[in-house]
Design a protein around this ligand. Structure first.
Ligand code: BGC
Ligand code: ZN
Length: 377
């Protein structure tokens, strides 16, 4: 079977031939891979700045944003059957006895750093014809979402941020802890998303379905198709060249929540003064190279204290965020069927991987298509 492999020593990415995986336990499932998305992390792996092959292997099979179709299930598997569409989680527990998060199946909060990630760190990924994994790492996706389900994993990044936000929001004493989070957020909260890449755009949709008044602040021109897409789903677009990021409150009013999806520390720290009273900023980007950023640290500290602000980072996602992402994709599909499909800007065969990685900035989400779904009507 085919696999897209990154060779860190040879500094090469190419399609190789591998033996198809077999079920090795009765709790496992074998998938035929359909779509695998390409993201910023893959670009870093492709620049040989990130990405670790499994111990003893000269290469890493890439790909962590996946959609597969079940071909075989182990005898102990329940709730998953051949033909089901599946999105598989990325991170696996470190297995160290001292790590409570991993023991609780939440390696996204791993404290030892010895976790692995399929297609990224120490484990082969999903850019291949067939994959075997444990059923507990898999989430069934409705067939109606087949052509957008590859967006599940990038959406989980914002979903996890929002799950954490639910608990932070409740710090306000007038908020009834029994009130459903959706009700809490409906009270006219302003959210700004920094960056109009896939994580930012999917995050904006997740905020919109929760009733936030949502702005997207990014560098693309206000007359670009990206800006038009943002406006078409009911968010407001702000071109960064037209408003310094620390002046966002002039357009938005009190910024209650800022979701960073740029990966740029310069933009992020410049934006910090824009968050409002009791404001919250959540960071999701992973900056690549070490570059110094200057910062008015006294102002940042003063604001954080005098305005009760919260700054937090979030990485990867646990099972609840995958479940939420699939639910939300269903909502997006009902509300914005055209726009959500426009996020997938191209599907390419595996041997086009190097062209896709070299591709231009116009693409939103490029997808490597291994196989077409058989279940598709
Ligand atoms: C992936 C996450 C992963 C992170 C760090 C992101 O691109 O979506 O699942 O944890 O990279 O490796
Ligand atoms: Zn990713």
């Amino acid at each position: 079977m085919r696999a897209v492999a990154m060779f860190p020593v040879e500094k090469q990415i190419r399609v190789i031939d591998r033996k198809p995986p077999l079920l090795e336990g009765d709790d496992q499932v074998r998938l035929r891979m359909l779509d695998v998305g390409v993201c910023g992390t893959d670009h870093e792996i492709a620049h040989f700045e990130y990405g670790v092959p499994p111990v003893g292997d000269p290469y890493l099979v890439m790909g962590h944003e996946s959609l597969g179709e079940v071909v075989e299930v182990g005898s102990a598997v329940t709730g998953i059957k051949p033909g089901d569409l599946i999105v598989t989680t990325v991170r696996r527990p470190c297995g160290r006895p001292e790590c409570r998060p991993c023991a609780h199946e939440r390696p996204d909060f791993c404290v030892t750093g010895a976790y692995t990630e399929r297609g990224i760190k120490g484990r082969h990924g999903f850019m291949t014809d067939e994959v075997v994994d444990q059923a507990k790492n898999m989430h069934v996706v409705p067939a109606s979402l087949a052509d957008i389900a590859v967006l599940t994993e990038p959406l989980t990044i914002a979903e996890k941020a929002l799950v954490e936000l639910d608990s932070i929001w409740k710090r306000m004493p007038w908020i009834d802890p029994k009130m459903p989070p959706a009700e809490v957020r409906k009270r006219g909260a302003n959210a700004v998303v920094l960056g109009a890449g896939p994580v930012g755009l999917l995050g904006a949709l997740a905020l919109l379905v929760r009733g936030f008044d949502t702005w997207v602040y990014s560098r693309e021109s206000a007359t670009s198709s990206r800006a038009a897409l943002v406006e078409s789903f009911g968010a407001q677009y702000i071109e960064s060249a037209t408003l310094p990021v620390d002046q966002l409150a002039r357009r938005v009013g009190n910024v209650d929540l800022m979701l960073e999806a740029t990966g740029s520390a310069a933009v992020t720290f410049a934006a910090l003064p824009a968050i409002g009273m009791n404001g919250i900023m959540v960071l999701t980007g992973v900056p690549g190279r070490a570059r110094e950023v200057s910062l008015d640290a006294e102002r940042v500290m003063r604001d954080l204290v005098l305005e009760n602000q919260i700054l937090y980072g979030t990485v990867n996602a646990g099972p609840p965020s995958f479940a939420n992402a699939i639910t939300d994709l269903g909502r997006f599909n009902a509300r914005w069927p055209k726009q959500v499909r426009a996020l997938v800007t191209g599907r390419f065969p595996p041997d086009a991987i190097n062209d896709v990685l070299a591709g231009g900035k116009e693409a939103i989400k490029s997808v490597i298509r291994f196989n077409a779904p058989t279940a598709a009507a």
